[in-house]
Design a protein around this ligand. Structure first.
Ligand SMILES: [Zn+2]
Ligand SMILES: [Zn+2]
Length: 317
């Protein structure tokens, strides 16, 4: 099969072996994959990953011996494959299983290929009314849903979303549903325009008013975002950190101590609510799509996705 393969550099492989699903796993034919910031960071050396990247996908189950009823179904998949046996898994925290593999990120080939394998337990059926080009956003939309899963957003809260990249735009749309006093802060007028069309207040990042927001979501994707979030949050407020990057953050944590700021790290989220939000058209994800490439042009897709201000780039096997 064809695959994008990362071994320090990214290359198109024409004869990569089709994976054989182990017991309990399904073979999925990939229909559409999204290029995520994490994929760009992997190419820069994040996680020292070697293999096929790609974790935002929609596909069709082609083979599944342990649960044949899945064959032919259109699916998306949770990306963490947990062991199911250890203490962490038994405490219902499978996304933190120390033995986990993560699709296209750690220990498991991902979706920039004709086929991938995932445990049946990770699969979610895509509702018929959600097209592929929306379903491919399930994973990042679930990550946005994880904010309200972890932090109580009160309707009276002043909430800022910092960053108008792909994830920031999804976070802002999810937070809008909480009815809070929301402001999206970004650097790209065209990207903020997407939120303005949804009725969300936006502003270009200038000199921000410090100590104003009850909750600040840091989704800039840059290590500098933390200091900006720190400027915006009130004392005893909460900063939700959504960015992952290869570089380290240079932060003054003394101010966090003095102002008693709560830091919440936030990663993968629940898939079922994300699919429901798209099915009920409570969020608009397809406006984020800016380009579509065939898998054979995967390198061009990564190049395009890496340009400043680019939103979602999709790859089609
Ligand atoms: Zn991602
Ligand atoms: Zn486990």
């Amino acid at each position: 099969m064809r695959a994008l393969y990362l071994d320090k550099t990214l290359a198109v492989r024409e004869n990569y072996p089709v994976p054989t699903p182990p017991p309990g796993e399904a073979l999925v034919r990939v229909r559409l994959v999204g290029v995520c910031n994490t994929d760009l960071e992997l190419v820069r050396g994040y996680m020292s990953f070697c293999g096929v990247p790609g974790h935002e996908f929609v596909g069709v189950v082609e083979r599944c011996e342990s649960a044949p009823e899945w064959v032919g179904q259109r699916v998306v998949g949770e990306i963490n494959a947990a062991c199911g046996q250890c203490e962490t898994c038994r405490a219902s925290r499978p996304t933190h299983c120390p033995h986990r593999t993560t699709l296209g990120i750690a220990g498991r080939d991902g979706a920039f290929a004709d086929y991938l394998c995932l445990p049946v337990a990770n699969l979610h059926l895509v509702p018929g009314s959600v097209p592929d080009q929306a379903a491919v956003f399930t994973e990042p939309l679930a990550a946005a849903c994880e904010i309200t899963q972890a932090v109580h957003i009160r309707p009276t809260d002043r909430v800022a979303v910092l960053g108008d990249g792909k994830l920031g735009l999804l976070c802002a749309q999810v937070l809008q549903l909480a009815g809070c006093n929301l402001l999206a802060i970004g650097r790209h007028e065209e990207s903020l325009e997407i939120l303005a069309r949804r009725g969300i207040k936006t502003t270009l990042a200038k000199a921000p008013t410090p100590s104003e927001f009850d909750v600040v979501v840091e989704a800039t994707g840059t290590p500098e975002g933390f200091a900006e979030a720190r400027q915006l949050v009130r004392s005893r407020g909460t900063i939700v950190l959504k960015s992952t990057y290869h570089r380290a953050v240079d932060a003054n944590l003394t101010r966090v101590v003095v102002d008693e700021v709560t830091l919440v790290g936030s990663r993968c989220g629940p898939f079922a609510p994300a699919l429901r939000l798209m099915e009920q058209r409570l969020v608009e994800v397809t406006w984020l799509i800016q380009a579509r490439y065939p898998l054979s042009d995967g390198l061009a897709a990564f190049e395009r996705a890496g340009r400043r201000g680019t939103l979602k780039v999709l790859v089609e096997p």
